[in-house]
Design a protein around this ligand. Structure first.
Ligand SMILES: Cc1ncc(COP(=O)(O)O)c(C=O)c1O
Ligand SMILES: [Zn+2]
Length: 405
């Protein structure tokens, strides 16, 4: 039994019945929220109850949509560590800088959270064929969780998606296609395949349960901080599920009386190569225009039009946060400097957050005394194209020139 009461359109408020598969709102084509009976959750979900539960996302079961835990499809979605980054903090002139390292999750990125939940719900509803567009890690996560669940999957990826992302999908047995377009073009193919082939569409925010999986980032963070959240969270924003999900988690925890103190300011970080949310935010708009000629090495952020744009902007505004971009050309430097400073597997999307952090401090938008947490959403090893490729060679037929080493 879950505590879900109903689903509700995030835009027009139309309600939908729980316990059934859903897509976008049928009236306005916008995403749905999963709603819980928080009064009842409050009685069942207490700090004491968490003691002794396994350290995975499933420990928050009362705030998750799964009705029958035997349907859970899991590769062990472990609680991810929060690392101190003293060298980077010093470089930025800050007192408290932390990184929550999502690269430890199955499939090497935080996408495991959303896909573990979405595939679990598909299993609960008896769905056996799933499809998604992906410009990065979501495709791999879907393919691997679908394999784990014994489902058939289809992935459509822009042809410039990192090779590892394309290959991990194929390796997991997903029907994987390279498309000469962007992620929204791939999304149109998936939408057409719903009718043509009977696929269930797992596109970002087009079904409501990936958010519930991503929500565990917020639940987990709160528990790790003993229910007192940091001042500022920097999050690399593409489709926005993570930021939206975390904000939902904080609201739910607040409603059940678990949070102490203030909620954090949420900073949506994008690259100047694809910054539709930043542009909308700067113009005071709630809905974003499609970003033309989107191009960034931070492939997970190459989302020129996000169906949940208004949900991202609402969360940012409610939190007294902001949306900001980092110059695209800075990403390789920021990534290299961070990995070299701390030895953490910082992905290009997270390097974008570091660029935004520089700007936030320079422009006085945050204080150097704020407790700031950055999400490292994936493992840099998945981005071989974004890493230095030309290495000096040693020829074993020659003697080694030690003066050059
Ligand atoms: C590593 C990484 N970071 C961030 C994002 C953006 O995620 P979201 O859709 O939650 O905004 C993605 C999406 O593919 C990603 O792969
Ligand atoms: Zn609606």
């Amino acid at each position: 039994m879950s505590f879900v009461t109903h689903l509700e359109c995030a835009n027009c408020g139309q309600e939908y019945e729980a316990g059934k598969p859903h897509a976008l709102c049928t009236s306005c084509q916008r995403p749905l929220w999963v709603r819980y009976d928080l009064d009842v959750v409050k009685q069942h979900f207490t700090r004491k109850k968490l003691v002794g539960r396994p350290p995975t996302i499933w420990r928050y079961l009362e705030l998750l949509p799964v009705a029958d835990p035997s349907n859970i499809v899991s590769l062990t979605e472990t609680i991810t560590p929060i690392l101190q980054v003293p060298v980077l903090a010093k470089r930025f002139g800050m007192k408290h800088l932390l990184v929550k390292d999502e690269s430890r999750l199955p499939t090497g990125s935080f996408k495991a959270r959303g896909m573990a939940m979405a595939i679990t719900m598909c299993k609960e509803f008896g769905i056996t064929k799933v499809a998604a567009p992906s410009a990065g890690n979501a495709g791999g996560a879907m393919a691997l969780y679908a394999a784990r669940a014994g489902m058939e999957s289809w992935v459509f990826m822009p042809e410039d998606t990192p090779a590892i992302n394309r290959r991990e999908c194929a390796l997991a047995g997903a029907h994987t296609y390279e498309v000469n377009g962007l992620i929204d073009d791939c999304g149109k193919i998936v939408a057409a395949g719903e009718k043509e082939k009977g696929w269930f569409n797992l596109s970002t925010l087009k079904e409501p349960y990936r958010i519930e999986g991503k929500k565990t980032m917020g639940l987990e963070l709160a528990e790790q901080f003993d229910w007192q959240l940091p001042d500022v969270i920097l999050y690399p924003t593409g489709g926005g599920t993570g930021l939206i999900g975390m904000w939902k988690a904080f609201a739910e925890l607040e409603a059940i009386g678990l949070l102490k103190g203030k909620k954090p300011r949420m900073i949506a970080c994008q690259s100047s190569g694809c910054a539709p949310i930043v542009t909308a935010f700067e113009h005071g708009n709630r809905f974003a225009k499609r970003f033309d000629n989107a191009a960034t090495v931070a492939s997970g952020l190459r989302v020129p039009a996000a169906v949940g744009d208004f949900m991202i902007i609402d969360a940012v505004k409610e939190s007294d946060g902001l949306a900001m971009s980092c110059p695209e050309e800075e990403i390789p430097r920021l990534m290299r400097e961070a990995v070299q400073a701390e030895g953490i597997s910082i992905c290009p999307e997270t390097a974008v957050c570091l660029g935004v952090l520089e700007r936030l401090l320079d422009e006085g938008k945050i204080s150097d005394r704020d407790k700031v947490l950055i999400f490292n959403t994936g493992a840099v090893q998945k981005y071989s194209e974004a890493m230095e490729a030309s290495l000096p060679k040693l020829n074993l037929n020659d003697s080694i020139d030690w003066s050059a080493i």
